[in-house]
Design a protein around this ligand. Structure first.
Ligand code: GLC
Length: 581
């Protein structure tokens, strides 16, 4: 089947545009970062769980589509309570995913194909099965304060209580009593995910050692997990952690066991977390100085304020993350957002970045509903076109390129701790399983993901009609559109051309990208259900003729159509990329 994939890619992936490749950039600039959720990508050994050899097998596919790099959710040894975000050995590969040899083979294959591999770095917590935790429980020298320990408090009835009212992101108290050590430990996520104590320099040093270890394997950088949680406010003069205030309007989140019930003034967004990213940036810069080679990147995961996201880039003196994931974009874009609102969201990011950094655009990941489900399948191509034609870096969650939608997962099938801690009537608001269903390769058993009779999560129901192979065969498909866009991104106008963007009425977004010496590209997105006629020349001077480069699947326009920009018809829910000819 892979040969057919290759053949189809080779024959269908041409761009009918003048080639004007941008000047040389560093590999990571204006790239397209593909997130692989290893458990769900490709199962090579028939156990129903994706693995490293499965990824290696399919790297060619990523190359053919045109991705710059793949970042992998955690592949390290883990009891899999949070599917790898609970690491028990930071130096070992998780056995269900393969061996260190398999990992080396993956990196080697990626090198051949010129695809960079980026690993997930999870500094905030370890599994309680990690050796460090056991040593800390036993108060072994050097490990006593590796985690956040506290005696707790005693209530009026003489009963032991947790040190503070802090709540886990997955519900209930963030403190767990440890019988052996006779103290509580902090876990901002699942009980089996113990928070490391980053106020301890030994922890800071240990985690830097972990980074250097993996850099030595030839990877090109890290995606860094859960940054806002890294530091907690230090205890007060009496050694107590302070309670967090309840939110002002409890009607928004009345359940006192739910994380959203509190204002996380002491457990989130402490300035030290951002400072730590600056240190890690220094580490990768130093590493390059010592060992040579190309830049190693940091991609950072922080659900935080807009201002903090800007600070993750750097504070003017020190540099931080190259790609502070733009969750502002992802979270602000709503189903009902107007054209002007979306233009404002984009412009705010573009106008607020510090000098010398690149924008980035994210619409999905393994923690959020897929954007085709969230923003409407009929508009999925429109948002793909938007994300891929904005300046800077693009981030693609596996399956977005074929417009995968969230799978339907019953309560009985739910495995995500965040879903399991809810109940049968509300789990769907919490569970992240639906966006983690196996990749839809083809129409065969389990969508070509696995030969097993049972897969760790069921394949989404629409795989027979919606899969990569079908989309490679079709003359027009989400994947064909995606491939056009990714090639387009390599052209000078799309790399260096300034963004001129505006809203027309409630539904139309129009923008141009044009660099000196290259053609003018104009993108028109109609968010609404109503067809609208438009004189594009009133906004951007496209002259008398424009050519359609690509358009949403349901559009009547075909690639290569020549049209009169002064009499343009913006079809409902359709995005179109035009070039002035
Ligand atoms: C990050 C991960 C998420 C995980 C959490 C705890 O937010 O993306 O999947 O559950 O960290 O590690």
């Amino acid at each position: 089947m892979m040969n057919l994939f290759r053949f189809l890619l080779a024959t269908t992936a041409f761009l009918a545009v003048r080639l004007n490749i941008a000047h040389t950039k560093e590999w990571w600039e204006n790239g397209n970062y593909y997130q692989i959720y290893p458990r769900s990508f490709r199962d090579s050994n028939g156990d129903g769980i994706g693995d490293l050899n499965g990824i290696t097998e399919r790297l060619q596919y990523l190359k053919d589509i045109g991705f710059t790099a793949a970042w992998l959710s955690p592949i390290f040894k883990s009891p899999m309570i949070d599917f790898g975000y609970d690491i028990s050995d930071f130096y070992a590969i998780h056995s269900e995913y393969g061996t260190m040899e398999d990992f080396k083979a993956l990196v080697a294959r990626a090198k051949q194909l010129d695809i960079r591999i980026i690993l997930d770095f999870v500094p905030n917590h370890t599994s309680d099965e990690c050796e460090w935790f056991e040593k800390s429980v036993n108060r072994e020298p050097g490990y006593e304060d590796f985690y956040v320990w506290h005696n707790g408090t005693v209530d009026a009835n003489g009963k032991r209580q947790p040190p503070s009212n802090w709540i886990s992101a997955f519900r209930y108290s963030a403190w767990e009593w440890n019988e052996k050590r006779q103290q509580y430990y902090l876990h901002q996520f699942a009980i089996k995910q113990a928070d490391l104590n980053f106020r301890n320099p030994l922890v800071v040093a240990k985690m830097k050692e972990v980074m250097r270890y993996w850099l030595d394997t030839g990877i090109s950088g890290f995606r860094i997990d859960a940054l806002p949680f890294m530091f907690e406010k230090a205890p007060d003069a009496n050694g107590n952690f302070l309670d967090e205030p309840v939110i002002d309007d409890v009607s928004i989140c009345p359940d006192p066991d739910d994380w959203c019930h509190l204002n996380h003034t002491y457990t989130l967004d402490q300035p030290e977390s951002i400072e730590m990213v600056y240190q890690w940036r220094e580490l990768v810069e130093q590493y390059r100085k010592q060992k040579g080679g190309e830049p190693r990147v940091l991609l950072t995961e922080a659900y935080t304020t807009f201002d903090n996201l800007m600070l993750y880039y750097g504070d003017g003196e020190r540099n931080g993350s190259m790609v502070p994931f733009n969750f502002y974009f992802m979270n602000s874009l709503k189903n009902q957002s107007t054209a002007q609102e979306i233009v404002d969201i984009i412009s705010r990011w573009m106008n607020s970045m510090p000098d010398g950094v690149l924008a980035n655009w994210v619409l999905g990941n393994h923690d959020n509903p897929r954007y085709s489900t969230r923003l409407g399948v009929q508009r999925a191509d429109l948002f793909t076109i938007l994300l891929q034609t904005l300046p800077g870096n693009a981030v693609t969650y596996y399956g977005e390129e074929i417009c995968m939608t969230d799978g339907k997962i019953t309560w009985e099938q739910t495995v995500d701790p965040s879903g399991c801690n809810a109940n049968p009537s509300n789990y769907e608001s919490y569970s992240r399983d639906p966006c983690r269903t196996p990749y839809q390769w083809d129409a065969s058993k389990n969508a070509g993901f696995s030969d097993a009779d049972n897969t760790w999560l069921p394949v989404a129901g629409n795989y027979r009609t919606n899969n990569a192979l079908a989309q490679l065969r079709a003359p027009k498909s989400h994947l064909q559109i995606f491939m056009k866009l990714i090639r387009l991104r390599k052209l000078r106008s799309l790399q260096d051309g300034p963004l001129k963007i505006k809203a027309i009425g409630n539904d139309i977004i129009i923008y141009s990208r044009e660099a000196p010496g290259d053609a003018m590209y104009v993108i028109v997105l109609n968010l609404g259900a109503r067809e609208q006629s438009l004189n594009i020349n009133q906004h951007f001077d496209m002259g008398r003729q424009a050519e359609v480069i690509t358009s949403s699947l349901q559009s009547a326009y075909n690639d290569g159509d020549i049209l009169d920009p002064s009499k343009y018809m913006a079809e409902p829910y359709v995005g179109v990329v035009l070039v002035k000819i």
